[in-house]
Design a protein around this ligand. Structure first.
Ligand SMILES: NC(=O)c1ccc[n+]([C@@H]2O[C@H](COP(=O)([O-])OP(=O)(O)OC[C@H]3O[C@@H](n4cnc5c(N)ncnc54)[C@H](OP(=O)(O)O)[C@@H]3O)[C@@H](O)[C@H]2O)c1
Length: 261
């Protein structure tokens, strides 16, 4: 359950959520739909965004702006739509992404390209398009979806982990460089969340949580203007500790890693 203090933070805000057609993004939309705010929701599939819309009790404040975010032009068009309809943007939650694991016996640069394009470049295009509109807000927040996979190099996660580490690194810098423009930047590093993305995983997922629970962690973190919103703590703090171990110990440990089949 979200506290009224957290809910109040989102009152009357104009919010753009990407990757809203399933999983964590959909859970964020459902959680925010009961609050008096204005939601613009994006993913490629209009049909699945419509399903998100149908699952919300209060539909008055939700507008679907579908599009493929790997296109720079599409990001600009979406922001133009938000500008025309709301004339500002208070919070951008850039959550869209997917996960492809590397088969080390078939090392494929195309897979790396797809992962960088979908997870990293789409976010860069979203930031480029969104910043001028965020500057119109007197309480702007830019939020990017990374992962606890960013903390260390996990076998099979060479591409996905690299995209998420790039995002985490970019947001650490943005947190500082956007201060003079009064835009707060936060990055999200979830552990395992039950979604379509993780349904494909063929290994045990410790500390798996529901998408609804992840939305609570994320919204509480945004309301508190956390630099890094990481959860669940029992998983994210363990991973941070493992990542801090000396390299020889770390390598031995990761050779038996959780991502192995
Ligand atoms: N689930 C986890 O355990 C976990 C952990 C750490 C981080 N994350 C991150 O959380 C984010 C959401 O993941 P999820 O678990 O909720 O997965 P999901 O259920 O598969 O949702 C991914 C969302 O991204 C959208 N998307 C993908 N490619 C897109 C594109 N090119 N343009 C626009 N939208 C696109 C998808 O919609 P369309 O297919 O309709 O485009 C969908 O709405 C991802 O960035 C993921 O890496 C997830």
């Amino acid at each position: 359950m979200l506290s009224s203090k957290v809910l109040n933070h989102f009152e009357n805000k104009v919010i753009w959520i990407t990757g809203a057609s399933s999983g964590i993004g959909r859970a964020l939309v459902i959680a925010l739909s009961n609050i008096q705010c204005r939601l613009f929701i994006t993913s490629r599939s209009s049909e699945k965004l419509q399903e998100t819309f149908e699952q919300c009790e209060n539909k008055n404040n939700i507008e679907i702006v579908a599009g493929d975010l790997t296109s720079k032009d599409t990001n600009q068009e979406i922001i133009e739509t938000i500008n025309k309809k709301a004339n500002r943007l208070d919070i951008a939650i850039l959550n869209a992404g997917n996960c492809e694991y590397v088969d080390i016996d078939n090392f494929d640069s195309e897979l790396f390209y797809r992962q960088m394009n979908t997870n990293f470049m789409s976010m860069v295009y979203g930031i480029e398009a969104g910043l001028p509109l965020l500057k119109k807000s007197d309480s702007a927040q830019l939020v990017g979806m990374s992962s606890t996979a960013a903390y260390l190099g996990l076998p099979r996660s060479e591409a996905y982990g690299a995209t998420k580490a790039a995002i985490r690194n970019m947001f650490a810098a943005l947190r500082i460089s956007l201060q003079p423009q009064n835009i707060q930047a936060s990055v999200i590093c979830p552990g395992f969340v039950e979604t379509e993305l993780t349904a494909k995983n063929d290994f045990d997922m410790p500390a798996l949580i529901s998408a609804a629970r992840s939305a609570e962690y994320i919204l509480s973190g945004i309301a508190a203007n956390k630099q890094e919103i990481h959860f669940p703590k029992r998983f994210s703090l363990t991973l941070k500790f493992i990542a801090s171990l000396p390299n020889p110990i770390l390598s031995k440990l990761l050779a038996k890693t959780i991502l192995r089949k």
